[in-house]
Ligand binder design. Structure first.
Ligand code: GLU
Length: 313
């Protein structure tokens, strides 16, 4: 039987907070309860937002929580390097393959043009109307700026079964449009990099926040076009505040570093998260390792989970 390979793939753009700990704990439990291999991959693709100091911080916070990994930037492994900033050639090679198949085109649209032309597809995203797919020969536009690269998305539905949320169907060409695979500043897009990495690292199971559920059809399309094996996906509810906003790096009081500094014990955090995940009946301190035998993704709620501003810790 194939050994499960899962991963936690944080972006080092701030101190990790309770919401990151939640995803890290659940992906760790999924892997550990199956006797699998846990990978830590640092998604530092965006040079403007990533900081090396946050990488050290998140590794220290995870160890403090009792969450370990078998392969990662510090311990290495067969699929090293485990930091996206060092894997750009792989993304470019995948992009070259897509381009050779005629599936990629340059896009010269400005932000303002995109805002004016495209309806919203969801959070911050807009359906790209394909403007530059038809406008290949426009020299004035070409001279003006470096292009982004977009995937020429073929029509048709992408369907998959999420292991928590069930069947999902999306026609990417209609609901998202031709999406960016390399930004105009040369940075490869998350959608491409995550596919290349999960495939290259032999990841069999991805567990991550449900904010990425709507990205998964795009990623499955890329797996198909690149002829790579896709993992199974489990999306989990997000931690949100009382106003319904997802916890973010802006809520510094919920940063693990802040909680640690206040004297909160890791067992208290793990116990709180496990209780919210439905893994234990009473909110009480517990070690991550003690949850391995009771992990069951079916116990997780479907709705996002509200975190009270005054944590019971
Ligand atoms: N790097 C992404 C994030 O921190 C996660 C990507 C993924 O799990 O696919 O939100």
């Amino acid at each position: 039987m194939q050994i499960m390979r899962g991963r936690f793939a944080p972006s080092p753009t701030g101190e990790i907070h309770l919401g990151n700990a939640w995803t890290a704990l659940l992906s760790w439990l999924q892997v550990r309860s199956a006797g699998g291999t846990m990978v830590l991959r640092i998604e530092d693709l965006d040079p403007d937002r990533s900081r090396p100091a946050y990488i050290a911080g998140l590794m220290s916070d995870m160890k403090w929580l009792g969450l370990d990994w078998d392969e990662g930037p510090d311990v290495g492994g067969r699929y090293a390097p485990y930091t996206q900033g060092q894997r750009r050639e792989l993304y470019q090679a995948a992009l070259d393959r897509l381009a050779a198949a005629g599936l990629v085109y340059p896009c010269y649209c400005t932000r303002a043009e995109l805002a004016a032309s495209a309806p919203h597809a969801g959070d911050n995203e807009r359906i790209y109307p394909g403007t530059c797919r038809q406008r290949q020969g426009d020299a004035a536009r070409k001279a003006a700026r470096q292009p982004a690269l977009r995937l020429a998305v073929p029509p048709g539905e992408i369907a998959f079964t999420d292991l928590h949320y069930g069947p999902v169907v999306q026609d990417v060409s209609r609901e998202v449009g031709d999406f960016i695979v390399r930004r105009s500043d040369g940075v490869h897009a998350y959608q491409l990099a995550v596919v290349v990495d999960d495939a290259a690292m032999g990841i069999t199971h991805v567990l991550r926040g449900q904010d990425l559920l709507s990205s998964t059809p795009r990623q499955l399309l890329l797996y198909r076009l690149l002829q790579m094996n896709a993992p199974a996906f489990t999306h989990v509810p997000l931690l949100i505040d009382a106003a319904g906003n997802r916890l973010s790096k802006r809520q510094q009081g919920l940063a693990l570093a802040a909680l640690r500094a206040k004297g909160v014990r890791p067992e208290a955090i793990i116990g709180y998260l496990a209780f919210k995940a439905g893994l234990i009946d009473v909110c009480q301190p517990v070690k991550a390792v003690e949850l391995i035998s009771c992990f069951d993704a079916a116990k997780l709620p479907q709705d996002n989970v509200i975190v009270d501003s005054r944590l019971p810790m």
